[in-house]
Design a protein. Sequence first.
Length: 506
Amino acid sequence: MERKVRVRFAPSPTGPLHIGGVRTALFNYLFARQNGGSMILRIEDTDSQRFVPGAEDYINESLRWLGIEIDEGVREGGDFGPYKQSERKEIYKKYVDQLLAEGKAYIAFDTPEELNAARESQPNFQYDASTRGSMRNSLVMPAEEVKALIESGAQYVVRFLIEPNVDVVVNDLIRGRVVINSSILDDKVLYKSADNLPTYHLANIVDDHLMEVSHVIRGEEWLPSAPLHVLLYQAFGWEDTMPQFVHLPLLLKPVGNGKLSKRDGDKLGFPVFPLEWHDPKSGETSSGYREQGYLPEAVVNFLALLGWNPGDDTEMMSMQELIEKFSFAHCSKSGAKFDYQKGIWFNHEYLIKMDDTDLALLFMPVLEEKGYGNVDLAYVAKAVGMVKGRINFVRDLWEQGDFFFQAPTEYAEKDVKKRWKEDTTTHMKELITVIEGIDDMTSANAEKIVLDWIASKEYHMGNVMNAFRLCVVGACRGPHMFDITELMPKAEVIARLRRAIDTIGK
RNA sequence: GGCCCAUUCGUCUAUCGGUUAGGACGUCAGAUUUUCAUUCUGAAAAGAGGAGUUCGACUCUCCUAUGGGCUACCA
């Protein structure tokens, strides 16, 4: 009974990968890695109407950015290809024909208009055992007529024949045993006439079987069609190797009702897509986690905890730790409101943990943009190290530490009013002399000398120090004063004092 | 409307019959500080309602309510 673990993430290229889809991919990946199994990426492009160019590349790039590695797929190759459904047409055709030949499926000629009419005239119309007898299909029409219609080029679909009143059991690894009566299922279209391609349901079962998928891990929206899928496995005689089903709870809107959508991100100011996306049709741009300055590790950690927990209070986990701890037993059953505030917090935590030089490297593009792209990396690293505790995103580094790179051009009015007293100009002039006399600008040393000077003159320390800060930073903010002056060239500190005296103390 | 799934602090969640119902985010209050932050400490904050089962129910069963999903020739 021990099967090799093989899971698949099977998005359809109809647009950018939604963050909920990312979560599904992540859980698949964690489970695969934990069990030494394979992670398959299958492109489900059987909806030719909704196909969006660029979406497939987007999916690949998103997963790559997040560190979700694919073992088999369109790009990666593998022994079970092709991994794109539009390239598997003949395969599906063969299996549909098999079902047809065995009388487990039938041909239906009803047009969309006829179906709509039926739905309107009958409130709860469903194409099933109770209605199929009065529709236009191969079950009720003489064989010659069916043949003639097909030969004349009439459009038709293939429908799955579902026996009524059979209890279908779906064993879900998260939800347990779910029993659904087959009577509520309709005779699903297996093969579409519009684009001559199978529907999701058929392609999905055939591919999962042929690709030897052991666990189908997908969103809860698939739970209602799971019994149909079970019935399909039975129709093909594949019950013995039918995959285990796992339906993950959905990601819901942070506020209000319903599942998370693109609009929520726009409204509340957080991305719902991993990467920035430019819609080729509308020309619209949607923000992405990557471009907003999130670290992939933070996004992964945050997402993992939406609908799953390690069973204890641990929150900060690397991909490796997630792989080790993951289990369906600790997946929750109910939908999770998307707590983007916590996502921000995770980013904050990961930024703090990050090595200063690595962080500086991430900050360099911002510096370049501001015109300070040629600043020494070691200097940037030290500056970044001093302010990283107070940021949520890499870009915040600029507003927290801009003074490390450029002298203040103006001084915060409120702080000037509060801290620049009558004799401050005199104090600052004296301070210049004191600093000029310091040979070793190391934080502790400079602090001792300056503080001794303030004490000996019996000046008000708060006023002197804040004025000093005002001169160097431009406002009463920032890290420890003498850490700043240790990093900056002494001449620069003095220049800033002079300029401030000229500007404020005139 | 029909069917399915779910229901612990505002949010994410722990608890798998016996706990002062724990943690985290967010919020608020203190502390530290030469500034702004960070940080630290603390506080407020929950078992949807009703019946059962049981010595005992957040935990098991049923009903109701609420939330979510599905109900296409979309996935």
